[in-house]
Design a protein around this ligand. Structure first.
Ligand SMILES: [Zn+2]
Length: 317
């Protein structure tokens, strides 16, 4: 059970179907809850989506939620180009012809989704396992790139808020006193289950976690888990995420009493968290976070690469 459950905000909710729950977190602002949440902002008879879930079936449920509310979907904002958040967009574009908006680098990836498995596989042609829907979405048409700050998306006055680190150009979307904050924070149940949260830039992620509770919003709706109120609830969530990442970075440094390569470092860190990795996809996700810890330490001048007998080792500086 999530520690956030008691802090969640329930202004009203309806069940779209057994897979997706519709929760009104502020007037006209809904969180469609599933494996990956979708935001739905209603103004008059139109709606703006924030992300679109993993696939066609998630997108269909968002469509059904809009129908139940008697609104038509006008556009979708993609917070970051991870397939579980924008995989449903292509279906909505085929079905409704709606425009998509996304932050710069995320827009580039969502328009060319092979980039996601390519970077996970160190730039080489990705293995077949990385070409499934969890890491390879269908391409989307991006109408315009969104920069951080106030903006108009198809008539909706919103604010894009930079939340980098989990993905390079991740942005949240704020409307009134609510911010959809994407994967800037994970609920405790995700941290408990996956142990090593995905992050590409650890320093940026930690900076985002420092800033998030200070932002002037009343509620924070993450991409996974329930919405959190300002104050203690969001502060506690940011603290658990920050503690997890800094612990991972400390583990990496502690294991470098002797030089190690990335693979053995990853094995040691997984051991510290009693994590049993069971798929190549999970391995590459965890490896990215371990590398993010290494680059954070390298930037701080405490770790450096060492080439030894054609092995790249990491050693303390
Ligand atoms: Zn993500």
């Amino acid at each position: 059970m999530s520690l956030h459950r008691t802090d969640s905000i329930h202004l009203g909710h309806g069940r779209v179907d057994k897979g997706m729950e519709r929760v009104e977190i502020a007037k006209g602002v809904f969180q469609l809850r599933s494996g990956s949440n979708i935001g739905l902002i209603v103004q008059g008879d139109r709606a703006l989506l924030v992300d679109a879930g993993l696939d066609k079936s998630a997108a269909r449920e968002a469509l059904r939620a809009a129908e139940e509310l008697n609104v038509s979907i006008a556009a979708v904002f993609v917070t970051h180009a991870h397939a579980d958040h924008y995989g449903g967009v292509a279906y909505l574009q085929r079905r409704l012809g709606i425009p998509a908006y996304a932050p710069g680098l995320e827009a580039a990836i969502a328009a060319h989704p092979l980039i996601e498995p390519i970077y996970l596989f160190s730039g080489a042609a990705p293995i077949q396992e990385l070409r499934h829907k969890f890491t390879l979405a269908e391409p989307i048409q991006v109408r315009a790139v969104i920069a951080s700050g106030p903006c108009q998306i198809e008539g909706f006055c919103v604010e894009a808020v930079a939340l980098p680190g989990h993905a390079p150009d991740q942005m949240g979307l704020a409307i009134g006193e609510t911010i959809f904050c994407a994967d800037a924070i994970f609920p405790d149940e995700t941290l408990t289950k996956h142990k090593v949260p995905f992050c590409v830039d650890m320093d940026q992620t930690l900076g985002t976690l420092d800033q998030l509770p200070e932002m002037p919003y009343a509620r924070f709706a993450p991409g996974h888990g329930e919405a959190l109120e300002a104050g203690e609830a969001i502060r506690r969530a940011c603290t658990s995420n920050r503690q997890r990442l800094t612990r991972i970075r400390t583990c990496v440094f502690d294991h470098l009493c002797e030089p190690q390569d990335t693979a053995s470092l990853l094995q040691s860190v997984a051991g510290d968290f009693a994590l049993q990795i069971t798929s190549a996809t999970s391995y590459f996700l965890v490896r990215t976070t371990v590398l993010a810890a290494i680059s954070s330490l390298e930037k701080a001048g405490t770790v450096q690469p060492l080439l030894s007998d054609n092995r790249l080792l990491w050693q303390r500086a």
